[in-house]
Design a protein around this ligand. Sequence first.
Ligand code: AHG
Ligand code: MN
Ligand code: MN
Length: 332
Amino acid sequence: MPNSQMTFRQFLMQADGGKPVAGDLAFLLEDIVTACRLVSDHIRNGAFANVLGSSESTNIQGETQKKLDVIADEEFMRHCANSGRVAALVSEEVDDVHWLKEKPEAGDYLVYFDPLDGSSNVDVNLSVGSIFSIVQLAEAVTPSPEAVLRKGTEQVCAGYAIYGPSTGLVLTLGHGVHGFTQDLGTGEFLLTQPDMTVPATTSEYAINTSRAELWEAPVRRYIDECVAGKNGVRGRTFNMRWTASMVADVHRILTRGGVFLYPMDSGNASTGGKLRLMYEANPMGMIIEQAGGAASTGRARIMEVQPEGHHQRVPVILGSKDEVALIDSYHA
Ligand code: AHG
Ligand code: MN
Ligand code: MN
């Protein structure tokens, strides 16, 4: 039986509040989807192509790159450069901003991406993803590292692909959050989860508890109260899940609720946290807010943090609104 769900192209024809998405942005999104499709293929065939495992290089953040980190970055770099309106590409895996235009104009796009998120999972065949974010320039700029330091509130689009049991795509253009699944027959992404929402309350949290001895008091208090269960102040039992792939953890939260924490702790305070503001926190922040949740550093709304460098890291607390508000109140 043929699928009756809307294709990604059909979705784009009405995704701007009922109107078609602007041509330049639609082409860019189709290029990003092409990159994700190819990354998915590299991952699924990785064992045959001898591209599992680590490469010999480290990235700007001092992390050993997986071979697939490098391959995924090449796919994003190549396909996102197709559109004549992309001014710059900013990748987690590349030291410097890659300018495509010498004279960026108002209306041009800046594209930020984490080409392979959760890459430590790739060798053990667990879910990984790609995260992307798009800012549209309101004014002409001169290419410089500072020109890409945009707050999350300037994003016009954010999304991620998830390479799990199926390949999925989740996207927001500022009108809610919509989930697609790749049909392996046609290769097309079909709208399978329109209007994804995060319930305001939850009984599930995600945090790497192996760092517990490093936590600050507000995070310790929140987790201790969850762990105390029925007999503690929360009066109910909590469940814990940690995938070590932000895409997979956020996807679970978008599907069934929850709260995700990668806080600043005494082990990562010197860099301001672990996760990257522009490739991870901002796009996921926009998606979660658009789904009715909240995204905070514990002290400020993530999307209002003024970036000081494109590889900047921040504490990340996001998911069900009431839980994020409670954790914020513990920080206050
Ligand atoms: P990346 O693979 O892009 O470097 O990101 C990994 C991130 C994120 O996906 C995940 O939530 C977190 O690192 C896991 O960190 P731990 O290994 O400390 O749990
Ligand atoms: Mn990542
Ligand atoms: Mn990555």
